[in-house]
Every structure is written in C-alpha cells, then in structure tokens.
Ligand binder design. Structure first.
Ligand SMILES: Nc1ncnc2c1ncn2[C@@H]1O[C@H](COP(=O)(O)OP(=O)(O)OP(=O)(O)O)[C@@H](O)[C@H]1O
Length: 279
C-alpha cells in the first residue's frame, strides 16, 4: 500500500462514501457450537461484523477462540448455529466460487508443474481451459514466477511456493480471499517480504480479504482493520482502523510501519486486548 492510500483512507469524505457502500460480507449475531463425542464447544458467540468490498481485515485472537471457524462459516464449510453469514446480502448456505482460500501449507501437488498446479481449480470446475491457461500464465508472470511455471514445486523456495499457491487461488477469480495463517511456516525475512507483496497484490486486484494470524505486527502492517476476538467463545473485543501516516519512505510497509511512533502503542493495545496475561 502506498502512503498516499493510507492518507486517503483517513479522509472524512472517503470514509463517508465507504460507510454507504453495502457490505460485501456481513456476520449478524453469529454463534456456533461444535458437538463431538467429547462434548460441546461454544466456538463463537454474537459476532456482528461488516466488511466492505476491497477491504482487508485481519482477525487476531488466542488459540482456539474461533478464528478459523469464522473463515469456515464464510466459506460455507460449516453452517452457523445462530445468526446469519451473508455475501452481498445473500446468506451463505454452502461452498461457492466467490471465496478462495490460502492456507499455512501451500498444498501444491509435487508431481505437477507450477502451471499445472495453478490450473487445478479450473480443471476441476470445467470450462474454457484455454482462457484459464492464459489467466494462469499472466498471474504467474505478475507474481514473479514466469520463469518457473514449468518447474516442480520442489524446485521453488517457500516464498515462491506461497506465491504459486496464491496464483492457484486467484486463477479461480474469487472476489473474497480467506488467508488462514498463510505465512506461519516461513522464515521471518521471507514472511515480511511476502506479507508486503501479497497485501499489495490483493489490493491491486481489488479483492476483499480476511487474514487470520497470531502475529500482531503482521495484522497491523497488512490490514485496513484489525478485529480482536476474546477468548473462547470468540466475541468481538475490539476493532481498530489502521492508518500510519508517518510510515513514509521507500522501505516495505511491513518494515516502515514497525518503525513508526504509533506502532508500539497499537501493538500494546492489541496485546492487552488479547488477555494473554490473564491465563
Ligand atoms: N470440527 C470440530 N469439532 C469439535 N470442535 C472443534 C471443531 N473445530 C474446531 N473446534 C473447536 O472449536 C474451537 C475454535 O476452533 P478454531 O479452529 O476456530 O480456533 P482458532 O482460533 O482458529 O484456533 P488456532 O489459533 O489454534 O488455530 C476450538 O476449541 C476447537 O478445538
């Protein structure tokens, strides 16, 4: 993200316009309990959240507070026990083409080339494979993998593999991207660079994204808003609008944000809200 866009988001006129745009995603009083032979677990309670088209929202919360469950609800993998989850006002009743997932493990098939991996979704869905191939090649080129499309995943670094996984997700042209700790298996440097690159790609392509992460700096540096969930059952504890007008310069945003005077304040606030010390 450019600093200009950070400042733009802070402008009251744009904020008013944004408030009038109908939400792409809405959670209305959503609750969910899991039932298993070991008993009942209340994972989420009373979740109310609207996410605008093109917005990037990060969800943070302690382990087991229901972060992944929120994504599963949106992907239509589990139904809510109470309340409604809707995309563009239409309740989610099952998996749909508008939602793409990116996970911690890239789940690339080792025996297929990067291009073949990228084409997996269109192959399963059926349709115009020539168009899908053109789309896949363009995506891989845009993500810096043009020279590697005929390589196997084993020949790529961890960061390149995650970019390939993103290309595979994007090839299905989802409007909404769900990112479930997609960087946690990577080393720190790769993670910083890739977080920046991926946030940029998602914004350029106008996708609405939800990132689940345990990493507060990652959430703060990638997202437009950070949602903090309470301990289980997960409820919304706080929502922070992120704007770092002082994160200037040419350094990657992930680094620049960490060096601003606002950063430690926000970090500490979110850390307190996570109630880690109350264990
Ligand atoms: N299929 C399931 N059956 C029973 N309990 C489940 C199921 N899936 C999740 N849970 C429980 O629901 C709670 C919320 O799980 P969830 O995976 O959403 O949390 P999370 O915040 O994503 O956790 P983590 O940060 O550790 O990945 C946890 O206590 C988990 O054990």
């Amino acid at each position: 993200m450019t600093i200009g866009s950070v400042l733009d988001r802070a402008s009251p006129d744009l904020a008013t316009v944004a408030a009038e745009v109908p939400p792409r995603i809405s959670f209305r009083n959503v609750g969910l309990r899991y039932f298993s032979p070991r008993g009942e677990t209340e994972a989420l309670r009373g979740i109310d959240l609207d996410i605008r088209p093109g917005e990037f929202v990060a969800i943070v919360g302690q382990s087991g507070c229901g972060k992944s469950t929120l994504l599963s609800l949106l992907a239509g993998l589990v139904p809510p026990g109470s309340g409604t989850v809707a995309i563009d006002g239409v309740p989610v009743t099952g998996p749909g083409r508008r939602v793409g997932f990116m996970l911690q493990q890239d789940t690339l098939f080792e025996w297929r080339t990067i291009l073949e991996n990228t084409l997996l979704g269109p192959e399963l869905q059926g349709g115009d494979m020539a168009a899908a191939r053109r789309r896949a090649e363009a995506l891989l080129t845009r993500y810096g993998l043009g020279e590697f499309m005929h390589h196997k995943p084993g020949q790529l670094s961890g960061g390149m593999r995650q970019r390939a996984a993103l290309a595979r997700t994007m090839c299905l042209e989802p409007d909404i991207l769900l990112l479930d700790e997609p960087f946690s298996a990577l080393d720190f440097q790769t993670r910083l660079m890739l977080a920046d690159e991926i946030a940029d790609i998602i914004r350029r392509e106008g996708k609405t994204a939800i990132l689940v992460t345990h990493d507060i700096p990652e959430a703060i540096s990638m997202a437009d808003r950070v949602v903090v969930l309470s301990r289980r059952p997960g409820r919304i504890r706080a929502i922070h609008d992120i704007a770092f007008p002082s994160a200037g310069g040419t350094r990657p945003r992930a680094m620049a944000v960490r060096e601003t005077p606002e950063f430690p304040h926000l970090f500490n606030l979110v850390w307190e809200e996570l109630e880690v010390h109350a264990e």
